[in-house]
Design a protein around this ligand. Sequence first.
Ligand code: PEP
Length: 254
Amino acid sequence: MSRNPRKLVAGNWKMNGSLAANQALVQDLLAGIGQPEFDMTCDVAVCPPAPYLAQVRQLLAGSAIDLGAQDLSQHESGAFTGDVSAAMLKDFGVRYAIVGHSERRQHQGETDVHVAIKVKRALAAGITPIVCVGETLREREEGMTEFIVKRQMSAVIHLNGHCISEIVVAYEPVWAIGTGRTATPEQAQSVHAVLRAQLKAATEHAERVRILYGGSMNAANAAELLAQPDIDGGLIGGAALKAPDFLKILAASA
Ligand code: PEP
């Protein structure tokens, strides 16, 4: 099974935006990718906050940009006030869902098991989960990086079995998220290679799984990161909120 030739670049808007700001951002993105000289050879998604999914879906209609969510419930339906189910997201045309972002692991107490269940819910609803793994600075300094990302991945592999080839993985070192401190291409590649090897032990389709890098990726460093053999795209936070920056990252992934 050969490598998926198309990179994926996904913008995580986090808890940012408004009706007006989203409209301006999407219009600028669509205008940018519509330019005749713009050569977009990667898959692209934007992940707005849940209340804006319907708005952004409408704005993106008929375009080459897919819709993503930032999270989904571990439950199927029922008395879970505030939760949004995978089926509801599917109803709104969501193609990807970020699962297990470190901000949710940190602030909402999401465990490896919660993340694995959410991945299962997403896959069952026909949504591609973007599964985030990554170590904290302390864990890196203690030489625990490989152990941590493998532990996070193995929970997902264990619960999802052969469906694991349908996921997207995002390696996001926690110390690089929103800090302006990016992993070097070599640091990122070496963790991506570990994750690829772990996937290979779980599925014969591991080459097909896209492993994104996330953590202060921007217009200046994207090309070098995306040139690494096991980096199949990017999960972009801050730089996804500025159309010119996001467009430059898309161009760098060609
Ligand atoms: C993220 O939150 O997934 C992320 C990668 O953020 P940033 O690009 O701002 O570091």
